[in-house]
Write a protein that binds this ligand. Structure first.
Ligand code: SF4
Length: 374
């Protein structure tokens, strides 16, 4: 089913995201008056050597808005079957990898393992396969997990029918759809076939989810995919601010995963260095101070530990990117390699040692029909 062009796409067309040159005085002004308008200067080459200043400013904003609390979640891969071809992904259609779609019972078993580790926020992840991971299947998964998992989100294909509403009715709280790159030309070069090839369908998906009652929206860009990472970070910030304005009842989170090795063999067009990565996350915090920032286990432990002190408000831990990877590992292909292999308890211990509170469950869940298990 086709999806209409979204309202944010029209807004995005009015923005000039092309990078230009800035100097030290521009960076000074941006640090004195941070915000969306200052973001291009904060992301500029002139600001990279001043990443420590950006980090200090971002840390102050993060502590003021979010305190010393970091939400922990786990991805639960339900399927790696996929009918789309994305050049950077280990699940891409046509790749000769072992495919697996979990039964609802197997999904429940994975969730049981994760809740035993302490998790109460789970993100159900799947490739785009309308037959193996259809709406009925996802609704059944959410209904099955609902009594024991207070916060369930999905990262699956986008939907243009009543699926988001059905999932909300079943107990879904959040939807994550990363645009990967906001550059239409580069998007077309890297999304070769399948529903994900439709740029506008993907870009409008969070609008449709919000209108169906989804309470948490996750957006992001895959750094290293586009030719201009600064333009993609700028687009993510504008997208987040727009969603916050239009759907003020929803919580908006942003994420900037970097490309990792996968069965696709994809090499980043323009790799993003660690210093640039810290710069991007710090600048994002200063531009959209109320957006949660999510960090995955793609990044190495030492970098993650540092980013928690700067901008991050939510992180995964002990992740497997393989369907069934928590209970029956080794039976299917993983999506990409993770870098931080520490256990959830070790990550929680790191947070406590750094003076932060690991938040396994929200004190006041967005869904009011669930009794939060102890
Ligand atoms: S990124 Fe998503 S849609 Fe694209 S190949 Fe991977 S799983 Fe499929």
């Amino acid at each position: 089913m086709s999806a209409p062009r979204g309202r944010f796409a029209t807004y995005l067309d009015t923005l000039d995201l092309t990078s230009r040159e800035y100097d030290g005085a521009d960076v000074d002004r941006a640090l004195q008056h941070p915000g969306l308008d200052a973001l291009p200067a904060l992301l500029s080459e002139a600001a990279t050597p001043r990443v420590e200043e950006l980090a200090q400013a971002a840390r102050a904003v993060t502590l003021q808005r979010f305190g010393r609390a970091v939400r922990l979640f786990a991805p639960l891969y339900v399927s790696n079957a996929c009918l789309s071809s994305c050049t950077y992904c280990g699940f891409s259609k046509g790749l000769d990898v072992v495919r697996r779609t979990l039964s609802v019972d197997a999904v429940a078993a994975e969730a049981e393992t994760l809740t035993a580790q302490g998790f109460r926020h789970l993100l159900l992840v799947a490739g785009e396969h309308r037959v193996e991971v259809g709406a009925d299947y996802l609704v059944a998964c959410v209904e099955r997990l609902r009594p024991v998992v207070p916060s369930i989100s999905i990262e699956t294909q986008t939907w243009s029918d009543d699926t988001y509403a059905r999932l909300v009715e079943a107990g879904l709280e959040g939807v994550v759809h990363y645009q990967e790159t906001y550059d239409r030309q580069r998007y077309a070069q890297t999304h070769l076939a399948g529903w994900k090839r439709d740029y506008d369908r993907r870009l409008s998906s969070t609008e449709r989810a919000a209108e169906a009652g989804v309470r948490r929206l996750g957006i992001g860009a895959l750094l290293g995919l586009g030719n201009d990472w600064r333009a993609d970070v700028l687009a993510v910030a504008h997208h987040a601010a727009w969603l916050q304005r239009e759907y003020w009842r929803t919580e908006v989170t942003v994420s900037l995963p970097r490309i990792k090795p996968s069965a696709s063999g994809f090499q980043p067009a323009v790799p993003v260095t660690d210093a640039q990565y810290v710069q991007a996350l710090a600048a994002l915090r200063l531009a959209v101070p109320e957006a949660g920032i999510v960090l995955s286990t793609r990044e190495p432990a030492a970098l993650r530990d540092g980013l928690v002190r700067i901008a991050v408000t939510s992180m995964s831990a002990g992740s497997s990117t393989e369907p069934g990877g928590y209970t029956t590992p080794g039976e299917a292909q993983e999506q990409f390699a993770i870098s931080d292999a520490r256990s959830p308890a070790a990550v929680a211990g790191m947070l406590v040692a750094a003076g932060y509170e690991p938040v396994w469950k929200d004190a006041f869940p967005l869904r009011d029909d669930v009794e939060v298990p102890a």
